[in-house]
Design a binder for this molecule. Structure first.
Ligand code: AMP
Ligand code: MG
Length: 408
């Protein structure tokens, strides 16, 4: 049986990033940049006004208490000046507009005496004029050819905005993985069906679909496969066309746990089966490799919390590796426990908890959790904390490693 660390290492070794591609900027949120980029032009691309006011030549104001200047024209954002500024002239100018030749200062409208009914001249006090005042010079923020963004950057809205400023309409990125999701089990009912004895609703499919979406993958639900070899086989074959196939259920020791053998029959090579952890011990991982396609396959335990935890630890790591993340493994954060808790058994346990940022730092409150089938209590959790077998009983104030699932 592998440890969690060994399993993560094996996943990171086996999954390779998808080939780099180009993605329309509007679709590139949360993808990883696949090239170093340099600025294709200066920013700003021309000298521009930072204020609504008047463009003037500051050297015309030496020692002058105030001056009345003849107004040449109005320059709005997006238009070009047609006149050159001289010591006795000014042009009205708007924020973002092109600075006219001869001007080296924009005096804000609030600092001038100007009558809209007599717009031919403007009076400006000498102390309102300062060389380079309110002008953003071409290239001052970024010069052509400077480093703009590094390979491996996770594209967040601020990066998308910067790429838009520089006209990067097609972004070099790693691919978004496609993830097929297949629930297995004769007992599973569609979520809109009334319960009948012996049956339960298929909660793993919508859970895994939403976890995949949150991990920035494209999720493809394949419905439910019965615990019958033929049905399982045809569903598995459909799923193997994608980058990843997640199965839930059928990987334990039950008589109808057919998933490992059916995956093997479909040509998927096992990398590992079973992990020393709780919940999630029965996890299965393997890879189908043909000349032109790879599909990485997770057989997740059917118990809902086991599936949920295995996704957050292992599937998410695999998806990140495929999507080009430089650090795909989970990055636990230490938190202070608020409640004592004792866990039985000899395996490291990922215990659902509620994480909260308090004045003293990150706090973890374990929820009242009844084990791998207790899905309900995870609605009170937004993460999990790791309890190690050597410290079975932990007390308030103890520090524990935590992994956040969602917003705090
Ligand atoms: P299995 O791993 O197939 O032995 O399933 C373990 C437990 O998880 C059983 O109680 C199943 O009924 C339950 N289970 C399996 N698949 C699902 C699912 N898709 N949604 C909710 N519970 C499931
Ligand atoms: Mg089953």
């Amino acid at each position: 049986m592998l440890t969690v660390e060994e399993a993560l290492t094996a996943i990171i070794q086996h999954v390779v990033p998808g080939t780099a591609t180009t993605t329309p900027l509007a679709d590139s949120l949360h993808l990883i940049l696949a090239e170093d980029l340099t600025t294709p032009h200066d920013s700003p691309p021309f000298d521009k006004s930072m204020m609504d006011g008047f463009a003037v030549a500051s050297n015309g104001f030496q020692n002058a208490e105030k001056k009345t200047l003849r107004v040449l024209e109005t320059i709005t954002a997006g238009s070009l000046p047609t006149e050159c500024i001289a010591p006795d002239t000014a042009s009205r100018i708007m924020t973002g507009a092109f600075i006219p030749d001869g001007a080296d200062c924009v005096v804000p409208i609030e600092r001038v005496i100007f009558d809209e009914t007599e717009p031919q001249d403007v009076t400006i006090a000498g102390d309102a004029v300062r060389a380079e005042g309110n002008i953003l010079r071409q290239g001052i923020l970024a010069e052509t050819g400077q480093p703009l963004m590094k390979f491996g950057t996770l594209l967040e809205p601020q990066h998308i905005a910067v790429l838009a400023e520089f006209g990067v309409a097609q972004v070099p990125t790693f691919q978004r993985p496609t993830v097929a999701i297949l629930a297995t089990g004769d007992e599973l009912l569609p979520i809109d069906q009334p319960l009948v004895p012996g049956r339960i609703r298929n909660s793993n499919e919508p859970m895994l679909v939403s976890q995949a979406l949150r991990a920035n993958a494209t999720a493809i639900p394949l419905g439910v496969a019965k615990d019958k070899r033929e049905d399982l086989r045809s569903h598995i074959n459909a799923g193997l066309k994608h980058d990843f196939l997640l199965l839930s259920g059928g990987v334990s020791a039950g008589t109808l746990d057919l998933v490992p053998s059916e995956l093997a029959a479909a040509g998927v090579k096992q990398v590992f089966h079973k992990i020393e952890m709780k919940p999630g011990k029965p996890l299965w991982f393997g890879q189908l490799k043909t000349s032109d396609h790879s599909c990485w396959v997770f057989g997740l335990p059917g118990n809902p919390v086991s599936s949920m935890v295995c996704f957050e630890l292992f599937v998410r790591t695999a998806l990140r590796k495929y999507a080009g993340w430089p650090q795909p493994a989970p990055q636990p954060t230490l938190a202070r426990l608020t409640k004592s808790i004792t866990v039985k058994g000899g395996r490291p346990t990922y215990f659902p908890c509620h994480l909260r940022l308090s004045d003293e730092g990150l706090e973890a409150t374990p929820v009242a959790w009844g084990g791998s089938a207790d899905l309900r209590s995870t609605a009170d959790a937004n993460g999990m904390c790791l309890l190690l077998p050597e410290s079975r009983s932990v007390a308030p104030g103890d520090m524990v490693a935590t992994i956040c699932w969602s917003a705090m």
